[in-house]
Design a binder for this molecule. Structure first.
Ligand SMILES: [Zn+2]
Ligand SMILES: [Zn+2]
Length: 205
C-alpha cells in the first residue's frame, strides 16, 4: 500500500530536509512503520537507533519526534539502512532493515552515481541531467508506493537497543581549557585532552 502519511506532512518533511530524494523517502516509510507498529508519535518514551546518518534520518527526526537534541535518536555509524524503534513504556520495538531486493541493482546504482557525480561538477549534458532527475523521481515514486513489507525486513525486539541517555560530567581539557564531556577526554602522556587537541598532538608524532 502507498504511503499513508498525509501529503501535507510529507511536503513539510521535504521542506525540512531541503530537497526530495530516495533516501528521504526511505526515512519517511520507516517512520510510517514506527507510527503503525508503535504509535510512536503519541509515545513519551520513544527511541530510535539509526545505523546510517544519511538523508532518511531527517524524516525520522521530523516525523517521529525522535531527535539528536533530545537524546532519543542515537546514531550507530554502521553504514546500514536500518532503523530500530523502541517504546520504553510499552517495552517493545522492532528493527527495520531496508530490503536488498529493493535496492537499485549494482549496475543501475553505478550509473546513477556516475551521472550524479558529473551533474554535480556541471559536466553532464542536458539530456543526462534530465535522466538523473527522472531516475530519482522514479525511485522516490517506487519507494513511496511500495508495501511496507516489501521495503523492510522487520524483526521485533523486547529489550531496549541502547541505555537511556545519561547526563555526564564535564572536565576541562588541560590544553585548551574548554569543558569537555568526560567520556570524550583522551589521555596523552598524562595530560587530559579534548579530541581536537589530542588529534593535534597525535599528528605531530
Ligand atoms: Zn536527501
Ligand atoms: Zn582541548
Amino acid at each position: 500500500m502507498a504511503c499513508s502519511i498525509e501529503k501535507e506532512l510529507i511536503e513539510q518533511t521535504i521542506a525540512f530536509h531541503g530537497h526530495n530524494c530516495p533516501g528521504l523517502s526511505i526515512g519517511i516509510r520507516a517512520s510510517e512503520l514506527a507510527m503503525e507498529k508503535l504509535d510512536i508519535h503519541e509515545s513519551k518514551s520513544a527511541l530510535c537507533v539509526t545505523e546510517t546518518d544519511m538523508c532518511g534520518v531527517d524524516a525520522i527526526q521530523f516525523l517521529t519526534g525522535c531527535s539528536f537534541g533530545k537524546g532519543n535518536l542515537v546514531h550507530r555509524d554502521w553504514g546500514k539502512s536500518a532503523f530500530t524503534f523502541y517504546d520504553r513504556d510499552v517495552g517493545k520495538g522492532f528493527r527495520a532493515l531496508f530490503r536488498d531486493d529493493f535496492r537499485e541493482s549494482e549496475k543501475d546504482a553505478e550509473l546513477t552515481r556516475d551521472l550524479m557525480a558529473r551533474a554535480l561538477k556541471g559536466r553532464a549534458t542536458g539530456e543526462e541531467q534530465t535522466l538523473v532527475r527522472e531516475r530519482r523521481s522514479q525511485r522516490i515514486h517506487q519507494i513511496m508506493n511500495a508495501d511496507l513489507d516489501a521495503l523492510f525486513v522487520s524483526k521485533e525486539i523486547d529489550a531496549p537497543p541502547v541505555r537511556p541517555a545519561r547526563i555526564l560530567k564535564s572536565i576541562p581539557c588541560d590544553t585548551c581549557g574548554e569543558m569537555t564531556m568526560e567520556t570524550r577526554i583522551r589521555l596523552f602522556d598524562g595530560t587530559r585532552m579534548c579530541i581536537p587537541c589530542f588529534q593535534g598532538v597525535e599528528q605531530k608524532i
